[in-house]
Ligand binder design. Structure first.
Ligand SMILES: *Cc1c(COP(=O)(O)O)cnc(C)c1O
Length: 399
């Protein structure tokens, strides 16, 4: 069966749910057993097919996990109450005192903050690497390196790293690779097929797709995944069954939505690239993208999140937009705009230097003032382009 067909039906045993076309929300914290002997078997972990307690597993959430594992091409997947819960479970599940972590310096900001502020308290050493340094990652491995954490494409800089090259160097040194795949989604990129041990998602973004849930996912197999699964129940950041239901609804249209985000994103990006007053457009699907060959080799498409730099003030530009919402996050139905500098508080650079000894890029001071990030939603791109014209007008860049 083809992927889009499996996405509709996999894990949905309708006869188990009185024939309901849509699996119900199992809004229950616990599951009752027919006798003490059977609950004891379950408590001893001898009856894994049976549900015991929703912090460990829930039938609605389980359908979501099975579908994610299927489209990522992994043995299994685990759902969390947010992307950060998934990320912290990966870091705390795999790393112990004395271990070394290599982390991409352009990965998601709060993940970097967790590595800077929390992991050293547990005796874990962290090296932040710029993407260019990933080319010589061999020289950064230590005997104690347990994990390499990367994000490709990265959601602020749109850095693309060679996943296959990374996973093959890590494998030779006994380190696991975790890759944040939120930007491309499993529709356009399957990192496990390129050797990644763990694939992480902020399902809050495209998988949920409607800006109404927080969701984290980790897909993988073998011992790295078991470590994540086991710490997940201890950390207790379980997804609510209501949100699992909404995520399942989001998944049904994910392939359609991603095609639309891709088409509209490229249409707006191409228009911007030709628009006088635009210095550059950072989009992994444009011919001008520095690593286009690599992006094309490891992805089957591109999403709707990218940035562009204007000759002018990003704040005034964004303030003039009427249709684009001003907000964090991305991947929903509604288009969003945000100046890049707004994502980095003024104290960011000083703190980056203080925590690590040497500042980890990207730094606020590295960001050009006219850089704006767009999340292209499901509106008609012609209306989005008309709205962007208002931004150009506001900064005196009349076309
Ligand atoms: C938003 C985001 C996260 C964190 O997800 P939450 O659901 O907000 O906790 C992780 N990685 C990337 C790339 C993100 O954009």
């Amino acid at each position: 069966m083809q992927r889009d067909t499996r996405l509709q039906h996999l894990g949905e045993d309708r006869q188990l749910h009185l024939g309901a076309a849509v699996p119900p929300v199992f809004r229950t914290s616990l599951f009752a057993f027919p006798d003490v002997e059977s609950i004891e078997r379950s408590l001893q972990g001898k009856d894994r097919g049976r549900f015991l307690y929703s912090r460990n597993s829930n039938p609605t959430t389980r359908i979501l996990e099975r579908k994610i594992a299927d489209i990522e091409g992994t043995e299994d997947a685990a759902a969390f109450s947010s992307g950060m819960a998934a990320i912290s479970a990966v870091l705390l599940g795999l790393l112990s005192r004395g271990d070394h972590l290599i982390l991409q310096a352009s990965a998601y900001g709060p993940a970097l903050a967790f590595a800077k502020q929390v992991l050293p308290r547990f005796g874990i050493d962290v090296t932040f690497l710029a993407v260019e340094q990933f080319e010589q990652i061999e020289s950064h491995f230590r005997p104690s390196t347990r994990l390499v954490y990367a994000e490709s494409p990265a959601s602020v800089t749109f850095d693309v790293i060679d996943i296959e090259r990374l996973t093959s160097s890590a494998r030779g040194r006994g380190a696991a690779v975790a890759l944040d795949n939120s930007w491309a989604t499993p529709i356009f990129q399957q990192p496990a097929r390129l050797g990644a041990d763990l694939v992480i998602h902020s399902g809050t973004k495209y998988i949920g797709g409607h800006s109404d849930i927080l969701l984290g996912l980790v897909a993988g197999g073998g011992s790295p995944f078991s470590a994540v699964r086991s710490i997940a129940t201890q950390l207790g950041a379980a997804l609510s069954p209501e949100d699992a239901f909404l995520a399942l609804r989001g998944l049904r249209t994910l392939p359609l939505r991603m095609r639309r985000h891709e088409e509209s994103g490229l249409e707006v990006a191409r228009w911007l690239e030709k628009r006088p007053g635009v210095l550059r457009v950072l989009h992994p699907g444009l011919p001008s993208f520095a690593r286009l060959d690599l992006a094309r080799r490891q992805m089957q498409g591109t999403s709707g999140l990218f940035s562009f730099q204007i000759r002018g003030d990003a704040r005034s530009f964004v303030n003039a937009l009427k249709l684009f919402c001003i907000g964090v996050s991305w991947g929903g139905h509604e288009s969003l705009a945000l100046p890049a500098v707004s994502m980095f508080p003024p104290a960011f650079d000083a703190e980056a230097g203080k925590e690590t000894g040497k500042p980890a890029p990207p730094l606020r001071s590295d960001l050009p003032p006219g850089l704006i990030r767009l999340s292209i939603g499901l509106e008609d791109p012609r209306d989005l382009i008309a709205d962007l014209e208002k931004g150009f007008g506001a900064v005196g860049l009349v076309g």
